[in-house]
Design a protein around this ligand. Structure first.
Ligand code: NAD
Length: 478
């Protein structure tokens, strides 16, 4: 579906995120015909560069980061004609009038802040002072949105001084994934699941985001944050909200975000027996986390597992187990809803009992699987086995699967459309920090030392023990 004509300014347009994700994503939207004929993208960053230099930079970026079969020199050339560049300093006066002169009236104006968060306030202020943005303009901000409640509040205040909340789009690219939206379609578009979606029928829920990469070259940066701030406070929390929230009355930004906020506010405090923090160890050939971080005494976690409880009528007593970590066995993100056993086995205990599990895979191979119990085929009597009802998007959609927009593409187009449903609202972000702050402060006060885990394993033994104590086990990371 085509969008309205727009001028999109990317502050930090020469940076890593712009080259790896934003511009290759926009190029794909251009190829799919979604970009209006006159729409333009304006890179704005520090450093001398002209339009031609910016176009060369982005040509190389598309060739490096877009999917191979997307790269067609003619199409890339046509896309590059849409690009312009302005040298700008967020902290100075230079370049701002040039940007104002370049912007068109009567089109959607969007400003992507792909720069360090410390510059968000400066950019908002100058866009206002130089009368570049108007009441209809939109701004997009990247993570990290603060490192605790106080810094998040300060960022929100810096933006709110010049923009209304309805103009602010806080990106969490997890929300742009096809499966995440499908989660809502499955929950609220079918009659099958919702009646079972509560403490009475669900035994527990697991949310896993496992990465195989370590912190590598950005170790020093990562060491100031850790898995809780880097992954749980935003991505895992957002997934938890979508899984646990009450049905919104409409699929509209504030209806959805109101329900998500209620989930965060209903989260119980966690005691330290239900938090396991880990750090990956060295292998024969690779460095340990501490070496990567450049601090032999670092106590920052590269892995975390938590048991969360939601204090409301629907979920009372149902554990939500969350885990995420680096240098784990496999790269996988999934949500698994593990249902309770059937209350009585008419086939006798010997036949075996199996719980239904609905798994929503975010990566790799986006899709869903429902594990159901059937009779083992053959003459061997009534023995029960599990079989997966499997829906892989790639298989279901065939060649069309290639056209599924990547998370960034979808979210940027939502900005142009003015649809905030898949973006975090300021109060949501603050509520999430209000919940994580005491946990982080707690382990800092205790001088908690993370447990070491073998690189490329499934994480620290203590995380397995945490579930074992409750008669459960983590799903295999594979
Ligand atoms: P980067 O260091 O590669 O690029 C920074 C960009 O900002 C450059 O274009 C630079 O010219 C510009 N810039 C710096 N100071 C400026 C100033 N005073 N005025 C105007 N422009 C200025 O950073 P990045 O990796 O692209 O990250 C950008 C933002 O996105 C950061 O907030 C980062 O945390 C976030 N982010 C990045 C990634 C990623 O994969 N790189 C992922 C998620 C979030």
């Amino acid at each position: 579906i085509p969008v309205d004509d727009f001028d999109l300014v990317i502050f930090g347009g020469t940076g890593d995120l712009a080259r790896r994700k934003i511009l290759p994503g926009l190029y794909r939207r251009f190829c799919s015909g979604q970009m209006p004929e006159h729409a333009r993208i304006i890179g704005a960053a520090r450093g001398e560069m002209d339009d031609a230099g910016f176009r060369d930079l982005i040509r190389d970026a598309i060739k490096e980061f877009a999917k191979k079969n997307d790269c067609d020199d003619e199409k890339i050339g046509a896309f590059l004609q849409r690009l312009h560049f302005v040298t700008i300093d967020a902290k100075g006066e230079g370049g701002w009038s040039d940007l104002r002169d370049l912007m068109r009236d009567g089109v959607v104006k969007a400003f992507y802040f792909s720069v360090a968060p410390s510059l968000f306030g400066d950019l908002a202020k100058r866009l206002h002072e130089f009368q570049i943005a108007d009441d209809e303009s939109r701004i997009v901000v990247e993570k990290p949105f603060g490192r605790d409640l106080a810094t998040a509040k300060a960022l929100n205040a810096g933006l709110a001084a010049h923009f209304d909340e309805t103009q602010i789009y806080r990106i969490d690219h997890y929300l742009g994934k096809e499966t995440v939206q499908n989660l809502m379609a499955v929950r609220f578009g079918n009659i099958l699941f919702e009646p079972l979606w509560n403490a009475q029928y669900v035994d527990h829920i697991q949310i896993t985001v496992a990465e195989t990469v370590g912190v590598g070259g950005r170790g020093e940066y990562y060491d100031k944050s850790g898995a809780m701030r880097d992954m749980v406070q935003n991505h895992l929390m957002q997934l938890l909200c979508l899984i646990a929230m009450e049905p919104p009355s409409r699929f509209e930004p504030d209806s959805v975000r109101d329900e998500k906020l209620k989930v965060i506010r209903a989260l119980e405090d966690i005691d330290h027996h239900h938090i396991v923090r880990g750090q990956y160890d060295a292998t024969d050939t690779e460095q340990s986390y501490r070496e990567d971080a450049g601090d032999p005494r670092s106590r920052t976690e590269s892995y975390i597992a938590l048991r969360c409880l939601i204090s409301n009528w629907r979920w009372a007593g149902t554990p939500f187990y969350l885990r995420t970590g680096k240098k784990l066995k496999a790269r996988t993100s999934e949500i698994a809803v593990v249902f309770k056993d059937a209350p009585h086995s008419i086939f006798g205990e010997d036949a075996g009992r199996h719980a239904n599990v609905l798994t929503i895979r975010l990566q790799p191979n986006e899709g869903m699987t429902l594990k159901v119990t059937i009779k083992e085929p053959g003459p061997g009597g009534m023995r029960l086995i599990d079989v997966p009802l499997d829906m892989s998007f790639a298989d279901a959609l065939g060649e069309e699967a290639d056209d599924i927009p990547d998370a960034y593409e979808r979210l940027i187009m939502d900005v142009i459309r003015g649809n905030q449903t898949l973006f975090m609202r300021g109060d949501e972000v603050e509520a999430a920090w209000a919940w994580t702050d005491p946990l982080i402060n707690g382990w800092e006060a205790r001088n908690d030392v993370p447990k070491l885990y073998d690189a490329y394993s499934s994480g620290p033994e203590d995380a397995a023990m945490m579930l074992h104590r409750e008669g459960r086990r983590w799903r295999e990371v594979k």
